[in-house]
Design a protein. Structure first.
Length: 181
């Protein structure tokens, strides 16, 4: 990602991040933000405790010093792209107050078109998280207000599972990553 001299995402990079929302979705993307037991309220059809998102970017890598056989894991900030809605101001408040112990969960469901209860086949859970950046811009098709929010966290948990036709998921596989840098 490219940043301005002040360390913020530059406008061109923000517009490129809107590409995470391009195309017809074949999955449902949701987010939940828990601040000490209180959920940020969204407008999702799946319930107020969920916030609809359009896309995300998660990256981690191993950084090895020269001559080393084993490096340390660097977890990059987690980027969310979404349409502006009722939760936008609440997320801005979390940034302003610098809340540093959030639990942010991303859920991905197979879109089935019906409203049967289902379980996510992919989850990312950020613990010890905080909002480090929020940009509100217009862009995408159709052109409307969008939000790019960046989270940093101390730990990342990734869960994957096959999702059966009934909507429930099969055996869950879990990876827990503690950020070392």
């Amino acid at each position: 990602m490219s940043f301005s001299a002040e360390g913020a995402l530059d406008p061109d990079e923000l517009l490129r991040l809107l590409d995470l929302m391009a195309g017809e979705p074949v999955n449902d993307f949701l987010m939940s933000i828990d601040n000490r037991g209180t959920k940020v309220k969204g407008e999702s059809e799946r319930g107020l405790e969920f916030i609809d998102i359009g896309g995300y970017c998660h990256q981690m890598e191993v950084v090895s010093p020269p001559g080393s056989t084993k490096g340390s894991v660097r977890v990059h900030p987690f980027v969310i792209v979404r349409e502006v809605d009722a939760a936008t101001a609440s997320i801005a408040s979390l940034l302003f107050s610098q809340e540093a112990n959030l639990e942010v969960s991303i859920f991905v469901y197979r879109a089935s078109g019906d409203h049967l209860p289902s379980q996510p086949f992919f989850e990312v859970i950020l613990t010890g998280a905080r909002v480090v950046s929020q940009a509100i811009l217009t862009g995408g098709t159709p052109r409307q207000p969008r939000e790019v929010t960046v989270f940093e966290s101390r730990n990342v948990q990734i869960k994957t599972a096959p999702q059966l036709a009934s909507g429930i998921r099969g055996a869950v596989r879990t990876a827990v990553i503690a950020a070392t840098q």
